[in-house]
Design a protein around this ligand. Structure first.
Ligand code: RFL
Ligand code: PHB
Length: 391
């Protein structure tokens, strides 16, 4: 087997890259370890930044998103029973879109298969050979048989637990890590969502009300890092959510059947540089953001847009310049995006080690944000377009 770009992973990074390349006449083969059903069923992100919306449209796959996605014009933050309302179009001229990552992934997979382009499921990459030579090889296993994909370049889009980041020699890629000792318990519930995307900073911990459709709410609670979804009864979940959202009479947030739940530990992680030889890392394979700010998927799209530009220039003009500076072109945006997500996490969560003084500082910052359109604009600006890149 042979192709121009071997793409490891069919998450958002790998799938977007395959479409961006195909539109410009560059061939790729996508190898995905999991089944199609598993990849399409994985519940994760929900907020698409302006640049991600544009990318869906530009690759010609935005129709269902435009029909079913929900334009989101505001981001609200509650504290002490007050509410800060960030009017996104008013503050920035742009909005975000709520459209589940699952739906994005389904659209991208369906289009790839309909176009008759190669995307192999249950094909696990086990090793990368010769990444510094002219023809790197991906060793992968499908149906119990070991196979080899020879390519010009490898795109490591295999997420945080993938193999690509481990392929370069020890010490070539530096890691920068911040771990948190708490997690988000996320649920999907058949219940009409509240009007706006709303974060809450409560003395009992952080909470978030988001949505997936007019009938499905996506709800999160800060929980200890060691917590498990089954530790929470539905009653406990709803009581805690009402309390943290300052819905004291339990009249605002509608309850409904909880049909999916997961716990995700928070961390921030950056791998630098994002390339080695003919291997290029993108998305969660080289950085993880804590989920406040909703940046992970959007950052992955920013990476692969930059990578696609470099690859297309290579095949069209024979220029390696864009590829050589891929990591340098991405890394400032990555650090800025992670800084934003870490700052929002710090502002909104309760920390075990937090002193009353530090809690007072959080409240003072929220009070300032409440009264300052300039400060609101700073938050809103980063929420709608921090991950964007120019094509
Ligand atoms: P993915 O989605 O993890 O995809 C990687 C793929 O690679 C496959 N793979 C392999 N394939 C072949 N061979 C191997 N050896 C392989 N090893 C792994 C995996 O099976 C998988 O299919 O990474 P990608 O493409 O970089 O995409 C990143 C995003 O998924 C992630 O950043 C976001 O989901 C993060 N995130 C959010 N991002 C946003 O932009 N907005 C949000 O609102 C948002 N909310 C969230 C989130 C993540 C969350 N969790 C659960 C971590 C909310 C949550 C709760
Ligand atoms: C979501 O809808 O899943 C979501 C929204 C906002 C975030 C994270 C996740 O910050």
């Amino acid at each position: 087997m042979r192709t121009q770009v071997g793409i490891v992973g069919a998450g958002p990074a790998g799938l977007f890259l395959s479409h961006l390349l195909a539109r410009q006449g560059v061939d790729s083969i996508v190898l995905e370890a999991q089944s199609r059903a598993y990849v399409e069923g994985r519940v994760r992100a929900g907020v698409l930044e302006a640049g991600t919306i544009d990318t869906m449209n530009n690759i010609g796959l935005g129709a269902r998103m435009r029909a079913e996605g929900m334009v989101d014009d505001s981001l609200n933050i509650r504290f002490r029973g007050k509410e800060i309302r960030l009017d996104l179009p008013g503050l920035t001229g742009r909005h975000v879109m709520i459209y589940g990552q699952q739906e994005v992934v389904k659209d991208l997979i369906a289009a790839r298969l309909a176009e008759g382009l190669p995307l192999l499921f249950e094909a696990t990459v086990e090793g990368i050979e010769d990444i510094q030579g002219p023809r790197p090889r991906l060793r992968f296993r499908k149906d119990g048989v070991e196979q080899v994909l020879e390519c010009d370049f490898v795109a490591g889009c295999d997420g945080f637990h993938g193999v690509c980041r481990q392929a370069p020699p020890e010490g070539v890629i530096r890691s920068f890590v911040k771990t948190y000792d708490f997690a988000w318990l996320g649920v999907l519930a058949r219940a009409a969502p509240i009007a706006d995307m709303t974060y809450a900073s409560h003395d009992r911990g952080f909470a978030l009300c988001s949505r997936r459709s007019p009938k499905v709410s996506r709800l999160y609670l800060q929980v200890p890092g060691s917590d498990a979804p089954e530790n929470w009864t539905d009653r406990q979940f709803w009581d805690e959510l009402h309390a943290r959202m300052f819905d004291t009479q339990a009249q605002e947030i509608q309850e409904g059947e909880i049909f999916q739940r997961d716990v995700a530990r928070l961390r921030a992680y950056i791998a630098d540089p994002m390339q080695y030889g003919r291997l290029f890392l993108a998305g969660d394979a080289c950085h993880i953001v804590p989920p406040a700010g909703a940046k992970g998927l959007n950052m992955a799209v920013g990476d692969v847009r930059t990578l696609a530009r470099g690859l297309v220039a290579f095949y069209r003009e024979g220029s390696r310049a864009g590829l050589d500076r891929y990591s340098a072109d991405c890394i400032d945006r990555v650090w800025k995006t992670i800084r934003y997500s870490v700052a929002l996490t710090g502002l909104l969560h309760r920390f075990d080690e937090q002193t009353p003084f530090e809690r007072g500082m959080q409240m003072a910052e929220l009070e300032f944000l409440h009264g300052s359109p300039a400060a609101q604009r700073v938050i809103a600006e980063q929420y709608v377009r921090l991950s964007d890149v120019s094509d």
